[in-house]
Design a protein around this ligand. Structure first.
Ligand SMILES: [Fe+2]
Ligand SMILES: [Fe+2]
Length: 196
């Protein structure tokens, strides 16, 4: 099964929230299923963003089960887990564009395609995902905070001096686990294009 089918299967099996159908319509029209997950780090290939989202979801489910046990659904709903895992990086939709650059391969200048950032909605990262999702469906407090702060210590607001992420992680362990799932998918499950 390719990442797109897997994404849609997880979504349809778990998400039944008001507005989810309109959100999927929007998603299909966006570049979500063809976009990369990054320009030169993890999953920087066509379809990389969707594949990353599925990877994070799978890591997230395992971490939640490890933390809360086999009855984890009593602590956090499968719908919530799917929304947080699959949609945390929806901020990356319509953000990467393909271009070509000249590189020297074996002494010969050659044109190589690459992705560059062209963000038409520069709203931030996690906060942008929450903003986009909130236009379609109502997020719970836990979902909104987890998605908003999924970058953890790498978030630019944290680098600027904000302590909110620690407050959120103490109060919402699920939010911390989403950050860990994102890291595990990125560094353990996904490849980096070392040629770039
Ligand atoms: Fe992210
Ligand atoms: Fe991510």
């Amino acid at each position: 099964m390719d990442a797109r089918d897997e994404f849609l299967e997880i979504f349809y099996d778990n998400v039944d929230r008001e507005g989810a159908d309109k959100f999927l319509e929007w998603l299909e029209k966006s570049d979500f299923f063809t976009a990369p997950a990054s320009t030169r780090r993890h999953n920087s290939f066509k379809g990389g963003l969707c594949a990353h989202s599925v990877n994070v979801y799978k890591r997230f489910v395992k971490l939640i089960e490890g933390q809360f046990g086999e009855n984890w659904q009593e602590k956090v709903s499968p719908e919530s887990v799917a929304i947080m895992g699959l949609l945390h990086d929806i901020c990356k939709v319509d953000t990467y564009v393909e271009d070509v650059k000249n590189v020297k391969i074996d002494g010969v200048w050659t044109q190589k395609p690459y992705y560059k950032v062209e963000d038409n909605l520069p709203y931030g990262h996690g906060e942008k995902s929450v903003y986009i999702l909130s236009a379609f469906m109502k997020l719970s407090r836990e979902e909104a905070l987890a998605i908003n702060w999924h970058m953890g210590e790498y978030d630019l607001r944290v680098k600027g001096g904000s302590y909110s992420v620690a407050e959120v992680y103490y109060r919402y362990p699920v939010a911390f686990l989403l950050h860990v799932a994102d890291l595990m998918a990125t560094y353990l499950d996904e490849k980096v294009d070392s040629e770039q």
